[in-house]
Design a protein around this ligand. Sequence first.
Ligand SMILES: NC(=O)c1ccc[n+]([C@@H]2O[C@H](COP(=O)([O-])OP(=O)(O)OC[C@H]3O[C@@H](n4cnc5c(N)ncnc54)[C@H](O)[C@@H]3O)[C@@H](O)[C@H]2O)c1
Length: 246
Amino acid sequence: MNNRVAIVTGAARGIGEATARILSEKGAAVAIVDLLEEESHKVAESINASGGRAQAFRCDVSKPREIEALTQAVIAAFGQIDILVNNAGICPRIPIQDMTEEWFDKIININLKSVFFLTRAAAENMKLRNWGRIVNISSTGGRIGGLYRATVYSASKGGMLAMTKSMAREYAPYNILINAVAPGGVDTPMLQMGGEEGLRKYVETIPLRRLAAPAEIARSIVQLCSEETTWVTGATLDVNGGVVMM
Ligand SMILES: NC(=O)c1ccc[n+]([C@@H]2O[C@H](COP(=O)([O-])OP(=O)(O)OC[C@H]3O[C@@H](n4cnc5c(N)ncnc54)[C@H](O)[C@@H]3O)[C@@H](O)[C@H]2O)c1
């Protein structure tokens, strides 16, 4: 991936951080995009310290205006955009009867609206070289409706799968491949919010009987971003220890 420039959103920690590190190990320059400025800078510094090329960018991906500024800033720093991983997301556990309009909009805007606007902005630059790889991080929730109190989250992740297919069709003539990865339970701060007892019960339902490490998801994401992936677009890759088989 030498000479490739990647944007990874939500890269200050968890799956995004692991993805940024592996992309860098493969030679790509990486834009570490997140709201968590201190953590993002630490990730970028540690990638740079190990011989990679990374820079932290603060951006609220739910705001299209900030997305415009982000893409300009990444192009100014690295010259181009070749790879985009739409990974930033939130998963508040809110029962249906307690869901407010504010939370509904926040979840949809961060998890789904961001994917549309950032994909469109990044693809404009990818078109110039007739090459691009975009991976959207969905969830088993988007496949089967979720296991927790996460109705709106699951809808956002299901919407992302339809959006992946639709945008994959539209950008295919420019050799921009757009796919989704749908992870199962991954050991990150997001999952820990669900409480220990719920987590233990959930792990019992996973055929592989454990959570994934972030790097186990990241390796599948990076595979879809590589030069070797040339004939896969609009697909969803289930990376979930066997908990959902479709
Ligand atoms: N952990 C899991 O079990 C699991 C399972 C399936 C899918 N996923 C998905 O994987 C992705 C990454 O999840 P994770 O487990 O690493 O979560 P995480 O909470 O550890 O990391 C998410 C990152 O996104 C950032 N973020 C949130 N809102 C943002 C915004 N508006 N703008 C920019 N950055 C923002 C956060 O600051 C955080 O650094 C998410 O989309 C999540 O839905 C996670």
